[in-house]
Design a protein around this ligand. Structure first.
Ligand SMILES: Nc1ncnc2c1ncn2[C@@H]1O[C@H](COP(=O)(O)OP(=O)(O)OP(=O)(O)O)[C@@H](O)[C@H]1O
Ligand SMILES: [Mg+2]
Ligand SMILES: [Mg+2]
Length: 461
């Protein structure tokens, strides 16, 4: 492919890495660097690899066609425009395709809303073998804004949402899937480490600070708060709410689901079936406590445990009593629960989004193990739910006020019983077992919620 290029004073080009298949540019031999129209420019990323995202409306005649572009920042530079004003601009490097020529060029970002051309092609983009013929236009093949029709993510009416993903584990499967899927659908997703947020508590101007900067307004917050961060995470979430963000799961619901005592009380008040359960801290009458959980074998659980670690089975009354005596010395809350033998080492995880079960899997424990946790070597497979299972899963999520929940059910001889409700359910196991794009459903639910909320806000304004 030859590098020789003839250009008229206006030309069509594409910026494929930015996802822009057609841009009409004015060729300007008087300008050194190229410039591209950009609105709501925001920097993000590490200092080692800074990036910028911006909104572009490539077609001046159709301002509703909006796209979000992301690019690495190569520089920030003072640029003096033709009206003599100097502006500090972001400089990005991206690939340009014009006719058959493809090359990486530097582009400065600036608001060109009032200009007829969204892009200015400056000399540094020309290369060595370019001839500009100033009295001709469109020497290179013409493109069309129709090319944007095949681009799905943004519908003309919808603006991209700004989402915050609150997590201390940005690299785990769930975090990566949520961030990626949100971005694929045209949104801005900032991954924020909950523990690094600090806050200014002020009624009229609440703020959240992060690495020395004030965080902007977020339309939605996706909380992925680990058990060790529940309290602080809830405070951060309340602060986001105070700033007007909508939280996928409200902080109080996350708190309720994490507090096993409270969760059990709330669920049983709502008439949701659960294994018979007794709670204790340091009981004097061990026999009486064990008796509360029925006559058969019992399961004892340390309340602070997760991933099946503090969960033990006592086959006999005697074993249960000596375990209770041991737990009493730990100064910890624990529960004694009827053992649902029929479950046969399996439980059912139902993923509920917005009051509907969108995916379900059965987790089967290894031979000789009653705990089905995947971390304990359990195996997961897709399962179709009975209407009763579906109903109880939805009711449990609703009672705790969770829009996004993983409800764990045991299949007992008297029908399904709820074991626990998780407010940050993992996505890897369920997506792999069912082949369903659960993450996509989460993001679409957020879009739908935030947009109806936005409409309501406009009406009330
Ligand atoms: N009462 C019970 N009867 C039969 N099996 C049980 C019972 N309680 C728990 N199990 C089994 O043990 C596993 C672990 O128990 P549970 O889910 O209550 O605690 P956890 O896994 O430590 O909590 P988390 O899921 O939050 O990490 C369950 O998935 C289930 O397979
Ligand atoms: Mg649990
Ligand atoms: Mg569990």
């Amino acid at each position: 492919m030859s590098d020789a290029l003839e250009l008229g004073w206006e030309e069509w080009l594409a910026l494929p890495a930015l996802g822009l298949p057609a841009i009409k540019a004015k060729v300007d031999t008087g300008a050194k660097t190229s410039a591209l129209h950009a609105e709501v420019i925001e920097s993000f990323g590490d200092t080692g690899s800074p990036k910028v995202r911006f909104l572009i409306r490539p077609d001046p005649d159709h301002p509703k066609l909006e796209l979000v572009c992301t690019a690495p920042v190569v520089d920030r530079r003072d640029v003096t425009s033709s009206n003599g004003q100097t502006e500090l601009r972001y400089v990005i490097a991206t690939e340009m395709q014009i006719g058959t020529v493809r090359r990486t060029i530097e582009i400065t970002l600036t608001n060109r809303e009032t200009m007829s051309y969204r892009m200015l092609l400056g000399r540094s983009a020309f290369g060595d073998h370019t001839t500009v013929i100033p009295d001709r236009s469109f020497i290179q093949p013409k493109l069309s804004f129709d090319l944007y029709q095949s681009i799905k993510p943004l519908k003309p009416k919808t603006r991209p949402l700004r989402m915050a993903l609150l997590t201390r584990e940005p690299d785990n499967y769930s975090s990566m899937r949520l961030a990626e899927t949100g971005r694929e659908r045209g949104h801005i997703v900032d991954v924020i480490n909950t523990s690094r947020c600090y806050m200014k508590i002020e009624a009229r101007a609440p703020e959240i600070h992060y690495d020395g900067k004030t965080l902007p307004f977020y339309d939605a917050v996706i909380p992925r708060i680990g058990a060790s961060m529940t309290n602080y995470g809830m405070a951060v979430l309340r602060q986001f709410e105070a700033m007007g963000a909508w939280c996928l799961n409200p902080p109080s619901s996350i708190g309720a689901s994490r507090d096993k005592l409270l969760a059990h009380q709330l669920l049983s008040q709502a008439g949701i079936a659960m294994p018979v359960t007794a709670f204790a801290h340091s009981p004097k009458d061990t026999k009486d406590l064990v008796g509360l959980a029925g006559t058969g074998p019992v399961v004892l659980k340390l309340l602070e445990s997760t991933q099946g670690r503090g969960v033990v089975l006592a086959e006999s009354k005697k074993a249960a009593e000596s375990l209770v005596d041991a737990f009493r010395g730990l100064d910890a809350n624990f529960l004694v629960q009827e053992f649902v033998k029929e479950a046969a080492g399996a439980d059912v995880r139902c993923l509920v989004i917005g009051g509907r079960v969108v995916a379900a899997m059965k987790r089967q424990a290894q031979e000789g193990e009653f705990r089905s946790n995947l971390h304990r070597g359990g195996e997961a497979m897709a399962i179709s739910l009975t209407p009763d299972e579906r109903k109880i899963a939805v009711a449990a999520a609703k009672r705790l006020g969770l829009n996004f929940a993983g409800v764990d059910i045991l299949q007992s001889k008297n029908g399904p019983v709820v074991l626990e409700v998780n407010s940050s359910p993992g996505l890897e196991g369920i997506e792999k077992a069912t082949g369903k794009n659960v993450t996509g459903k989460v993001i679409r639910f957020i879009e739908q919620k935030v947009r109806t909320l936005g409409k309501r806000r406009e009406i009330n304004a």
